[in-house]
Design a protein around this ligand. Structure first.
Ligand code: HEM
Length: 373
């Protein structure tokens, strides 16, 4: 259970968090309604809770995730020309190969689930998706893990340096793909066209970086949280190993039960009244997905993990116009990875939770290290 979330939902569903200088919305209906109302809850000034006076649009390249409608819909239509369901589906075989390769490298005895498996897998998948050649993958993975571990809002220099290196790398790549298009995402992004409009170079680069920011650590921690939750549930594991429908609904339940993204922020564009409080234009509101997903007003027995819970309502991927573009990819990766682990003959599925180290992060809930056997 998350007792603080429960107290917030019951006693102060619109809560002013003085220290963090933000409103906090914790009920399912309020979080869902805010996500569906970008004209009032704007993403343009940033989506991470940040110190007063920090405008995150100064820190990042133009990014889809920090753009409001109507521009957002145009950008999303353009990137969707390249980031297609067909492209995602076509990655299934290579994700399986990468999974088998990573598991094949693991020595018998204890290993670290995060650094040896759940960290590398999504980085390799994104590298492949974008079109990073095999020779550059190690370097790319190193930058990516520095980038995701650092919080650029607080000026973590390693993170900013890694972002700069990635930017430069992608820029070279982009120039090359302009000259010689290949069958990869970056080539398709460069040439995507909707009603005569194309993405600028900065928009293509921003999108490539966004894929890492949005798709790496999130997936890593869905896998790590899944490992931790399932370690005490042998019966659920046995069913998930052999029944594809149970595996699919279990993944939705894992997303709900321990959401990798616990919350993201919006900025109010006008004054509104909610639960008797006035939220003023210019103030921020933190939308707690993790709490919404445990709200008994939306889910019966929310603190129970039920592998076959009716899927479809959890908000771990957000909702509305910014609904996670990579949701199908994240689900596929998790399905392939869990299936391989659940059916692996020599994997005991034992996570040493007392020895695990939690990740210190604002939005992300998960593990920095998770010893397993
Ligand atoms: C957006 C969660 C995996 C790409 C989002 C949002 C959430 C989210 C909550 C909404 C942000 C907002 O409303 O401000 C997750 C979780 C994942 C995951 C929990 C894994 C378990 C991925 C992957 C990719 C990806 C694998 C791509 C490689 C994106 C993009 C957006 C997004 C591009 C922005 C969409 C937009 O602004 O229109 N994700 N994500 N995500 N995600 Fe994911």
């Amino acid at each position: 259970p998350y007792p603080v979330y429960e107290q917030l939902r019951d006693e102060a569903p619109a809560y002013w968090a003085e220290d963090a200088n933000t409103w906090v919305l914790s009920r399912y209906d309020d979080v869902s309604a805010a996500l569906a109302a970008p004209e009032t809850f704007s993403s343009a000034k940033g989506i991470f809770p940040s110190p007063p006076g920090v405008d995150q649009s100064d820190l990042f390249l133009p990014m889809l995730i920090m753009t409001d409608p109507p521009r957002h819909a145009q950008l999303r239509a353009l990137v969707s020309r390249a980031f297609t369901p067909r492209r995602i589906a076509s990655m299934e075989t290579s994700i399986r190969q990468t999974t088998d390769h990573l598991l094949g490298q693991i020595n018998p005895g204890p290993w670290d689930f995060v650094s040896d498996f759940a960290g590398p897998l999504p980085a390799i998948v994104i590298a492949e998706l974008v079109g990073v050649p095999a020779d550059d993958r190690e370097q790319f993975r190193a930058w990516s893990s520095t980038l995701v571990q650092a919080n650029p809002i607080h000026g973590a220099r390693d993170g900013l340096a890694a972002a700069a290196s990635l930017y430069e790398y992608f820029a070279g790549f982009l120039a090359e793909r302009r000259r010689t298009p290949r069958r990869d995402l970056i080539s398709d992004l460069v040439h995507a066209e909707v009603e005569g409009e194309r993405l600028t170079d900065d928009e293509v680069l921003g999108f490539c970086l966004l894929l890492l920011v949005a798709g790496h650590e999130t997936t890593t921690n869905l896998l790590a949280n899944s490992m931790a939750i399932l370690t005490t549930r042998p019966q659920d594991r046995a069913r998930m190993a052999h029944e594809p429908a149970v595996l699919a609904s279990a993944i939705e339940e894992l997303l709900r039960y321990d959401s990798p993204v616990q919350g993201l922020s919006r900025t109010l564009t006008r004054d509104i009244t909610l639960h008797g409080e006035t939220l003023h234009s210019g103030q921020t509101a933190l939308l707690l997905f993790g709490s919404a997903n445990r709200d008994h007003r939306a889910f019966a027995n929310p603190d129970e993990f039920q592998v076959e819970r009716e899927p479809g309502r959890q908000v771990a991927f957000g909702r509305g116009p910014h609904f996670c573009l990579g949701a199908a990819l994240a689900r596929m990766e998790t399905r392939i990875a869990l299936h391989a682990l659940l059916n692996h003959t020599s994997f005991k599925w034992f996570a040493d939770l007392p020895a695990a180290k939690r990740l210190h992060s604002g939005p992300i809930r998960g593990y920095a290290s998770l010893p397993v056997q």
